[in-house]
Design a protein around this ligand. Structure first.
Ligand code: NAD
Ligand code: DAU
Length: 337
């Protein structure tokens, strides 16, 4: 019988939406990893998202920008998967400062520790580094698309990607990068589009659509994002960038219409509100490299089913999101959204 070697994995941002789902999937499907989570527990980090696996992981409360804690943890792990970030565009328009500290300085701090200790590093990033596409453009983002970020959030993510590429080339660290499109699924903060609309309906509030709702996002279930990250960890080539997407383009009006239908609301039961400043028009991912080179395929190919399951999750887990809801809505209301 083959005995599998245990590897020690550091997951940053593991109390956030994608990170928590990644930890759950890793423990479920990849018993070869022992997991330590490093998370600052900002407004977006929720220990309750890790409650089901609390006894199976080590949790360290701290910042990726803290060089001492990062050095100690990277020094005793084999693999680092870096999810931690300030992740919300609207917040970056209100106050960009924490985006610089966490996304740029935090990534730099991890890279320096990886350089010292020789751990394998995977960098989680976004398709927003490529800017946006026209609505009627058949093109999609590829790994060759030039960087052209629009917001404080996406520009700090672009900066962090470029640091990783420079550390690969200049210092020879063993690193891979992935840029994924919009995720949906359980444990997503209620500030984001789908959870905000679902929890508005569940709270008796009207959903809020920015502008005309024509902006297109390329939706992928969070478990598909995370299975792609595992494919890259297992088979990805060092220094390479993989785009993660599941051909899920929809405009915001279409997504909202589905939320209203699945929650039994009239089709016109929403408000159009002030548009986001600099609002990117369309994102679309060409994931050919991931599919052909690494043999990855998504499991959630029916958006309607994945969305219905996500709505059920928010219905059944009100205790998880209710404490966050009023503060988020007050901040949006203050800016007419
Ligand atoms: P999130 O906001 O839900 O979670 C972020 C987590 O990082 C939280 O737990 C927070 O406490 C933690 N964190 C923030 N600052 C920290 C710091 N200084 N030190 C340690 N921990 C800190 O974000 P998410 O949506 O889960 O996104 C995770 C990653 O995936 C980000 O890098 C984001 O750019 C990327 N991404 C997100 C999407 C998406 O659709 N949500 C798509 C593509 C890529
Ligand atoms: O593309 C990947 C990115 O997807 C990630 O890098 C980001 O971390 C993640 O937040 C997400 O960014 P978006 O800005 O696309 O997601 P958000 O959920 O904020 O908004 C999705 C779309 O819905 C966008 O066009 C704005 C719109 N919107 C959003 C909110 C919160 C609304 O119409 N109404 C709303 O209330």
């Amino acid at each position: 019988m083959e005995v599998q070697q245990t590897m020690r994995m550091l997951v940053t941002g593991g109390a956030g939406f994608i990170g928590a789902n990644f930890v759950h999937q890793t423990l479920r499907e990849h018993p070869e990893y022992e997991v330590t989570v490093l998370d600052a527990l900002t407004y977006a980090g929720n220990p309750a998202s890790l409650a089901p696996v609390r006894d199976d992981i080590e949790f360290v409360h701290g910042s990726v920008a803290d060089a001492d804690v990062v050095d100690r943890l990277v020094g005793r792990c084999d693999v680092v998967v870096h999810f931690a970030a300030e992740s919300h565009n609207d917040n970056s328009l209100r106050d960009p400062a924490p985006f610089l500290t966490t996304n740029v300085v935090g990534t730099f701090t991890l890279l320096e520790a990886v350089r010292r200790h020789g751990a394998r590093y995977h960098h989680i990033s976004t398709d927003e580094v490529y800017g946006d596409l026209e609505l009627d453009d058949p093109a999609k983002f590829t790994p060759e698309t030039p960087y052209n970020p629009s917001s404080p959030y996406s520009s700090t993510k672009a900066g962090s990607d470029l640091l990783v590429r420079a550390w690969v080339r200049s210092f020879g660290i063993h690193a891979t990068l992935s840029n994924c499109s919009n995720n949906y699924g359980p444990y997503q903060h209620v500030e984001k589009f789908i959870p905000r609309q679902v929890t508005n309906v569940l709270s008796g509030l009207r959903p809020k659509l920015y502008g005309a709702g024509e902006n297109v996002r390329d939706w992928i279930h969070v478990d598909d994002h995370n299975s792609a990250v595992h494919a890259i960890l297992d088979r990805g080539r060092s220094g390479e960038t993989y785009l993660i997407g599941a051909d899920g383009e929809k405009n915001n009006r279409e997504v909202l219409a589905l939320v209203l239908e699945l929650t039994g609301q009239p089709a016109d039961a929403f408000d159009s509100v002030t548009d986001r400043a600099g609002h990117d028009l369309r994102y679309a991912i060409d994931a050919t490299k991931l599919r052909t080179e690494l043999g990855w395929t998504p499991r959630y190919t029916e958006f309607r089913e994945g969305l219905a399951a996500t709505i059920d999750w928010y219905r059944e887990n009100e205790a998880w999101w209710r404490p966050l809801k009023d503060g988020v809505e007050a901040a949006y209301a203050a800016q007419g959204q």
